[in-house]
Structures are given as structure tokens and as C-alpha cells.
Design a protein. Structure first.
Length: 149
């Protein structure tokens, strides 16, 4: 499982010009499920997102997590995060989980975050979405449950 985590002042998702989700200060997470992922990867990614210290305090520019700053999380499903562009010019998505495998794990990550008391907004799985963000920094962190980076 992979995630791109962005620190944002605000972020939103619209589908067919209708706003479906919005957060103020917090994290915008693009989540990609890889074939073979399971509950273990969902818990790992959710824990990393929850505890990722990328917000400033008076001492350091990256010392607080999303809970410390009273932030929210917007999670957007993005199978393209599992893309492989190492060869050629067109990415391969062979490693991306099929929708019937990916959707429950996407929902599970959102549920785990919500169970920890975080306000969690969600994109719509499988939809073409207009995602807007006002990035803070910008700060963008890559996460991978297999720890390749």
C-alpha cells in the first residue's frame, strides 16, 4: 500500500462540479492499494498517517502530528499511486489491486483513522474527481507499507 501525504491549509473533492468532501487544515492523502495488500498494510499506513510529525511548533518545523494541530484528513483513492514508470514512457498499473480488492482496504484505512478520533473526509472510490488543495509548505511525504522508501 502506498500513500502520498500532503500537508494542506485546505483541500476538497468535487465530482461533476458538486463538492463531495472538504477539509480545512490537515492532510490530503492519495491512497493506492497494491495487489496482495491486506489488513496489516492498512493498519501500517493508517498508523503512519496518524502519527506523521510534519506540522510545525515553536521548536521545530516538523514536530507535531495532525491530532496535535486539530487537523482533519481527506483520503482520496488513487490507483495511479501504484504505477510503475521505470521503463518506457507509459506507466504500468499491473501492481495496482483490482477494485474489488482495493475498495474495502481503502475504506478500512479511512475507518481506522476515524476510529482514532480523527475527522476523516473521503473521496468517492473509483470516481473521476476534481481534487483541489492549498498546500502548506509544500510538504509532501511518500509512504509505502513495504518500506521501499
Amino acid at each position: 500500500m502506498r500513500a502520498v501525504v500532503q500537508r494542506v491549509h485546505e483541500a476538497s473533492v468535487a465530482i461533476d462540479t458538486t463538492m463531495t468532501a472538504r477539509i480545512d487544515k490537515g492532510l490530503l492523502v492519495y491512497l493506492g492499494v497494491v495487489s496482495g495488500d491486506d489488513e496489516r498494510e492498512a493498519r501500517f499506513i493508517a498508523d503512519k498517517i496518524r502519527h506523521l510529525r510534519i506540522f510545525p511548533d515553536d521548536l521545530k518545523p516538523m514536530n507535531r502530528d495532525v491530532v496535535d494541530v486539530g487537523g482533519s484528513i481527506l483520503v482520496v483513492s488513487a490507483f495511479t499511486i501504484a504505477g510503475d514508470a521505470r521503463r518506457g514512457r507509459r506507466p504500468s498499473f499491473d501492481d495496482a489491486a483490482r477494485p474489488e480488492e482495493a475498495k474495502p482496504l481503502y475504506e478500512r484505512v479511512c475507518d481506522i483513522l476515524a476510529e482514532q478520533g480523527l475527522p476523516v473526509a473521503r473521496g468517492k472510490f473509483g470516481a473521476s474527481m476534481d481534487v483541489r488543495s492549498n498546500n502548506d509548505g509544500p510538504v509532501c511525504i511518500l509512504l509505502d507499507s513495504t518500506r521501499v522508501f
